[in-house]
Design a protein around this ligand. Structure first.
Ligand code: ATP
Length: 294
């Protein structure tokens, strides 16, 4: 019986810029995306019928789960793929701006590709993933990439030098459509500098990468949920000058080039935010070992 275990990494946006609202209603974005070692674990096992087990009550426990949508899409395209039991150990907070659902979806597709020797190229996997969501193509590859269009066009970037991160997810979620709806992109002045981040990645300069971080959606989320702005201010006061919201929020992260500094900050922030998470950027080795056949 075929089985696989896959590590599904979360992402943060080092830079998120929104260029314009398109005629189709979507927004044109330019984002530097980075995989981090906060991850869900997914087990795939052949079974009598498609079946999902999950330990998280905040996600759909049925075929609406993105992990199951990935199973069904792969079965439709590749008839050799048998019914699968999916066990999802969720560690990535839900509706957090960390692409938790998208990475589970990508991980299931990667696992099925390997279990059934489908031999799909990264481009083919990205195209399949794009059918289910704009953040999914990035989650197929990584660990560092430029995402454009609606976020589904992926261009690999030099891997980010190691960064150490402390993430805090407020107890509430935010609606991504509402954040974009409130954006009024033509009125926004302080666009982040995507090119400065790309240059810093080419120079492999972690401090410059951190200096270039920015997110145009912050202001929009702050207007809708002032608690996110208060959290960011609090995290800055706790001793980090490079604090940013990820995606449309509400997770906020503090970034460090130095691991010891990040650890000291984490120990401190945990007193006030017990759910704070310590993470680091994912490197190529970690990505290559994501899928294990059992
Ligand atoms: P993004 O950063 O891509 O906008 P997010 O981190 O904000 O995503 P998710 O955690 O992916 O948000 O959750 C978004 C929605 O997707 C939630 O309403 C959740 O119920 C649904 N969902 C479906 N499948 C999953 C899954 N496997 N894991 C998490 N959420 C899922």
């Amino acid at each position: 019986m075929k089985q696989a275990k896959i590590t599904a990494y979360a992402k943060i946006n080092l830079v998120l810029d929104v260029l314009r609202k398109r005629e189709d209603g979507f927004h044109e974005v330019a984002m530097v995306m980075q995989a981090i070692d906060l991850a869900d674990t997914i087990h795939l096992k052949e079974a009598q019928r498609n079946w999902l087990h999950t330990d998280n009550r905040h996600i759909p426990p049925n075929m609406n789960n993105l992990a199951m949508k990935a199973v069904v899409l792969m079965q439709e395209r590749f008839p050799q793929v048998k019914p699968l039991e999916v066990t999802l150990e969720k560690r990535i907070p839900v509706a957090a701006g960390l692409a938790g659902g998208s990475t589970d979806c990508a991980a299931v597709m990667l696992g099925i590709d390997k279990m059934y020797n489908l031999g799909l190229s990264l481009g083919e996997l990205e195209a399949l993933g794009a059918e289910l969501g704009s953040d999914i193509p990035f989650c197929m590859g990584g660990p560092t990439a430029l995402a454009t269009g609606r976020g589904e066009h992926i261009e690999a970037l030099p891997h980010c030098p190691a960064l150490y991160l402390v993430l805090v997810k407020p107890s509430f979620g935010v609606s991504t459509p509402k954040v974009y709806g409130n954006l009024r992109v033509d009125e926004r002045k302080n666009h982040p500098d995507v090119q400065a981040c790309i240059d810093a990645l080419h120079e492999q300069d972690a401090v410059k990468v951190i200096d270039s971080m920015g997110n145009l959606l912050e202001q929009s989320t702050f207007e809708l949920q002032p608690e996110v702005k208060a959290l960011k201010d609090d995290m800055i006061s706790a001793g980090c000058s490079h604090v940013l919201m990820s995606g449309s929020g509400p997770t906020v992260f503090a970034a460090f080039a130095d691991e010891a500094q990040a650890q000291a900050y984490y120990q401190n922030i945990k007193n006030k935010y017990p759910g704070a998470i310590f993470a680091r950027t994912v490197n190529q080795n970690m990505l290559e070992e994501r899928v294990a056949l059992l």
